[in-house]
Design a protein around this ligand. Structure first.
Ligand code: KG4
Ligand code: ZN
Length: 416
C-alpha cells in the first residue's frame, strides 16, 4: 500500500520500455553524459568564464585564441581521445586514453566495457586536451566528433559530449567519418593540401581503398569481404598465443622469423578487383600452427622459432596483398599521391614496402606518423574542412554504428 509506482512515473517508464533498445540506450547515455558535463563544469578548464569585456579601452582580450579553435572528440572503439587544433591545422594538444588493459584478457574489444570506460574517461580527456592546449571553452569555434563507423555505445558517449558542448557554447557541431579521418591524418602529417589522392585505411575493422577527390569527397574503391587486415593480425596473434592487440607483437616476433618459411595464400592479389579477404589466410595460419583437421601428419611443434616463422610468413603475405592492392589502385585511378592511415600502418615493414612502391612508381606517398595511425582525435582536424565548406550538423545528429563495406554488386533479376 502506497509503495506502487506513481502513475506518471509508471506511464513514463512504460513509454520508455516501448522504445527500441537503440533509442533506450541513446536516451540513457545522453542523460548520463549531459548530467556529467553539467555537474563537472567545476573542472577548471571546463568552466565557462563568461563574455570577455569588449568595451573600448577594456582590459586585453581574454585569450588570443578566443573562438578560434576546434575541439575534436574520438570514441568510436576502444580509445577515448580529444584534441585541440587551430585553423592552420596545428595540433595544440592530442590526448588519447587507451583501454587495451581492459580488453586484453578477452582477446578483443568488448563493446559494453568500452562504452562504460568512455563514459568515465570522456570528460577528464577533454579537460586534459584543453589544459594541454592552454585553452578553455570560450576558445572553441566548433566541436567535431567521430559519429561513424564504430561501436554504438562508444560512439554515443563522444557524440553526446560533443552535442552538449555545442548546445551550451552555441557553436557548430561537426560529424566526422572516422575512416576518412584516418586518411586525413596524412594531411596533418604533410602540413599542406594533399588531395586528390588514393587513400588507404588499414585498421582493426577496415581495409578500405578510396579515391579521394578532395578532403570531403571520398569514393570507396574496395574493402574487405570478411576480416580486416588488423583483425587478421589480432586473430593470428591469438592462434600463436600472443596478447591483444596482436599487430605490434606479431611485428616484433616476425623480425626474428623467416618470411619464406611457409607460403601462405595471397587472396585476390592477381585479380583486378580492389577488395581484400583475410579469413582464408587466417585459417591457413591456424592449420599450420595446430594441424589440418583430418590430417595424419602432426603439426610442426610450436617452438619459439616456429612461432616467429609463422608470424613472419603471415606478415609477409598480408603486406604483399596490401601493397599489391595500393599498386593496382594507383594504376586504376591514375592518382599521383598515396595516403595511408590506420593502426596497421604503424607496421615498419609495411611502411618500408610502401616507400619502395612509391619510389618505383614515382608517386608521393604519405603515411601517418605512428601516433596518428592508431585511433586519435587530432585526425578529427578534418572538422575544419567541413566547417570551411559550411557542412555542419544539427543537434539531432545520430551515430551510424557498424563497419564501412563496399556493397556487393547486386544482380538485376529482371534481366535474368
Ligand atoms: O586504427 P586502429 O587503432 O583502430 C581501429 O579503428 O581499428 O587499429 C587497430 C589495429 C589492431 O588490429 C592492431 O593489431 C593493428 O591496428 N596494429 C598493427 C600494428 N599496430 C597496431 N598491425 C600490424 N603492425 C603493427 N605495428
Ligand atoms: Zn580507427
Amino acid at each position: 500500500m502506497g509503495y506502487g509506482i506513481p502513475p506518471l512515473w509508471g506511464s513514463g517508464m512504460r513509454k520508455f520500455y516501448r522504445l527500441s533498445f537503440h533509442r533506450r540506450k541513446w536516451l540513457l547515455v545522453t542523460f548520463q553524459v549531459f548530467l556529467k558535463i553539467v555537474f563537472q563544469m567545476s573542472i577548471p578548464s571546463l568552466q565557462h568564464p563568461g563574455p570577455a569585456p569588449d568595451l573600448p579601452g577594456a582590459s586585453p582580450p581574454f585569450s588570443a585564441n578566443r573562438g578560434k579553435l576546434l575541439l575534436a572528440i574520438e570514441s568510436s572503439c576502444d580509445e577515448t581521445a580529444a584534441a585541440v587544433i587551430d585553423r592552420d591545422r596545428n595540433v595544440l594538444s592530442n590526448v588519447v586514453a587507451t583501454q587495451h588493459e581492459l580488453h586484453e584478457r578477452f582477446g578483443g574489444v568488448v563493446p559494453e566495457i568500452a562504452s562504460r570506460a568512455h563514459l568515465e574517461r570522456i570528460l577528464p580527456v577533454i579537460d586534459e586536451a584543453l589544459r594541454n592546449a592552454n585553452a578553455n571553452l570560450t576558445d572553441l569555434e566548433a566541436v567535431a566528433v567521430a559519429t561513424h563507423p564504430g561501436l554504438v555505445g562508444s560512439l554515443l558517449v563522444g557524440l553526446t559530449a560533443a552535442k552538449t558542448l555545442a548546445l551550451v557554447l552555441n557553436i557548430p557541431l561537426l560529424s566526422i567519418n572516422h575512416i576518412e579521418a584516418h586518411i586525413y591524418a596524412c594531411r596533418m602529417m604533410a602540413g599542406r593540401d594533399v588531395f586528390p589522392a588514393v587513400g588507404f585505411v588499414v585498421s582493426g575493422g577496415h581495409s578500405n581503398l578510396y579515391d579521394c577527390r578532395s578532403p570531403v569527397e571520398f569514393e570507396l574503391l574496395g574493402s574487405t569481404t570478411d576480416d580486416a587486415a588488423g583483425e587478421a593480425f589480432d586473430k593470428v596473434a591469438q592462434i600463436l598465443g600472443l596478447e591483444y592487440p596482436g599487430g605490434p607483437l606479431i611485428e616484433k616476433i616476425a623480425a626474428q622469423g623467416n618470411p619464406s618459411a611457409v607460403s601462405f595464400p595471397r587472396t585476390f592479389l592477381n585479380q583486378s578487383r580492389l577488395d581484400f579477404s583475410f579469413s582464408g589466410l587466417k585459417t591457413a595460419v591456424l592449420y599450420a600452427a595446430k594441424g589440418t583437421p583430418g590430417s595424419r601428419t602432426p603439426p610442426v611443434p610450436l617452438t619459439p622459432k616456429r612461432v616467429a616463422d609463422l608470424a613472419a610468413s603471415f606478415q609477409a603475405a598480408v603486406i604483399d596483398i596490401l601493397v599489391g592492392k595500393c599498386d593496382q589502385a594507383l594504376t586504376q585511378t591514375g592518382r599521383k599521391t598515396l595516403l595511408v592511415g590506420g593502426g596497421v600502418a604503424a607496421n615498419s615493414t609495411f611502411r618500408q614496402r610502401l616507400a619502395d612502391l612509391a619510389r618505383k612508381r614515382n608517386v608521393e606517398m604519405i603515411v601517418a606518423a605512428k601516433e596518428y595511425c592508431t585511433d586519435n582525435a587530432a585526425m578529427g582536424a578534418l572538422g575544419w574542412e567541413l566547417l570551411e565548406r559550411g557542412i555542419t550538423s544539427p543537434l539531432d545528429l545520430d551515430v551510424k554504428p557498424g563497419l564501412v563495406r563496399k556493397r556487393p554488386v547486386e544482380t538485376d533479376r529482371s534481366q535474368g
